[in-house]
Design a protein. Structure first.
Length: 168
């Protein structure tokens, strides 16, 4: 049985590991799981799904989540910078998470126009295949940058929660 003094540390470690796994699943899930499946069923099926999902409720949910998360990571970095207590161990991951979120936003400039073009492509198999390939590429790059940002944010959280002697 765990000693009482170790139980909170084990709980925190488990929560952090669970968040890492969840964040990686969210960030990379589409790239590793969904896009290969869409490749197998074809660009026309992908386009039909995307018209209802990404261009349906996703048209509101994804920008709110992406912009909101990026703004919050920038606010966190600014608050950290302005704080009189800034543990050095949190600086790199916190600023890295903010930069990664900005990177995802920048990469969305390449992915979003492809997705937004899908309704106008009709069922043209060549145009849809081209759109799918382009979106899959940019979505994959975004997923990797997003996963790095998620891991950096969790690293920063752990660093901020730990008692520190050093400060920047």
């Amino acid at each position: 049985m765990l000693a009482r003094s170790r139980a909170p540390r084990v709980a925190i470690a488990c929560v952090v590991i669970a968040l890492v796994i969840s964040a990686l699943g969210d960030s990379l899930g589409r790239t590793i799981v969904e896009m290969p499946a869409w490749r197998a069923v074809g660009p026309q099926a992908w386009a039909a799904f995307s018209r209802h999902a990404d261009l349906g409720a996703g048209r509101i949910v994804y920008p709110v989540a992406g912009i909101g998360g990026t703004l919050l990571s920038l606010i966190a970095a600014a608050a950290f910078r302005l704080s009189p207590r800034r543990p050095l161990s949190a600086a790199i991951p916190l600023y890295g998470a903010a930069c990664a979120n900005l990177g995802v936003m920048l990469l969305t400039v390449f992915a979003a126009p492809i997705m937004l073009s899908v309704p106008g492509l009709g069922n043209d198999p060549i145009a849809l295949a081209r759109a799918f390939a382009g979106f899959a590429y940019w979505d994959g790059v975004r997923a990797v940058v997003g996963a790095v940002g998620d891991c950096a944010a969790l690293w920063a959280l752990v660093a901020l929660l730990r008692p520190h002697a050093e400060a920047a």
